[in-house]
Design a protein. Sequence first.
Length: 264
Amino acid sequence: MKLWKKTLIAFIALLILVIIQARNPEIKGPFRGVIGNFVNPFVYYTEKTFSFFSDIWSGYINLVDVRRQNDRLKQANGELMLENSLLREQVKEHGRIARLLKFKNYSDLDFVPASVVGRNVKGYLKFIVIDRGSRDGIKRQDPVISYNGLVGMVREVYADSAEVEVVLSPASNVSVMNNRTRTVGIVRGNGHGSMAVDFYDRLDNVKKGDTMVTSGLGGVYPKGLVVGYVSDVKTAETGLFKIMTLNSKVRFEKLENVLVIRQR
C-alpha cells in the first residue's frame, strides 16, 4: 500500500476518534492532547467492557447467594411450620384428653385412657384398635367410651393393643333404657351407620330425641352410659315392639381418644 494511503487511513482513524471523544463528554482518561484523543476512547470502552462483564459476574454471584439464602429460609420456614403443626396437634390432643379426664373425675369407675391407632368403621364388621393391651390391665368385654357416649366393647386383647367392637357393628348387642320413660330394649348396629333398637315395648311413649343409656342389665356395661338418641320411631301394624333408630354423637370415623373401663 502506498504511503499516502496509509497516511490517509491513519488520519481518518484519528479524526474519527477525536470526533467520538468530542461528541461524548463521558469519555475521560489519563491522557491529554492529541495522544489523549487517540488513546482515551480505547481506554474508556475497554474499561466499560470490563465493567459490564464485572457487573454481570457480580450479579451472578449475588443471585447465587440470594438463592442460597432463600433455600435456607424456605427450609427454616418449613421446619417452623412443621413444629407449629405438631404443637397445635398436641394442644388439641391435650384438650381431648382433658375432656375425658373431666368425665372420669365424676365417676368412681377404673378408667384407662387410650389412643385410637386403627379403625374400620366403614365395613360390615366395625371396630377400632387402641394402643392399650393386657400389659395395661385391659381384658375382653371391657367397655370403651368417649366423652360423647358409648364406643363399644373390647373384643380381642394383645400385649400392647386391643380391638374394640363398636356399637355400630351389627354383631354388637347393648341393653339400653329410655332415660325418660325407663323402658328397655336391645341396641345393635343396623349396617347403615346408625343403630336399631329391638324388643322395645310398642306401648311406650317414646319420642324423637329421647336419650338411650345403658341399662346395666347383663353386667357388661355400667348403668347410665349414653348410647344414642332416638332419630326415628315407627309402630308396626302387628307385633309387640316398636321399630326405632338411634344416632350416636360419637364420630367413630374421626375418633382419636377413648377411655377403657376396666372391670373389677
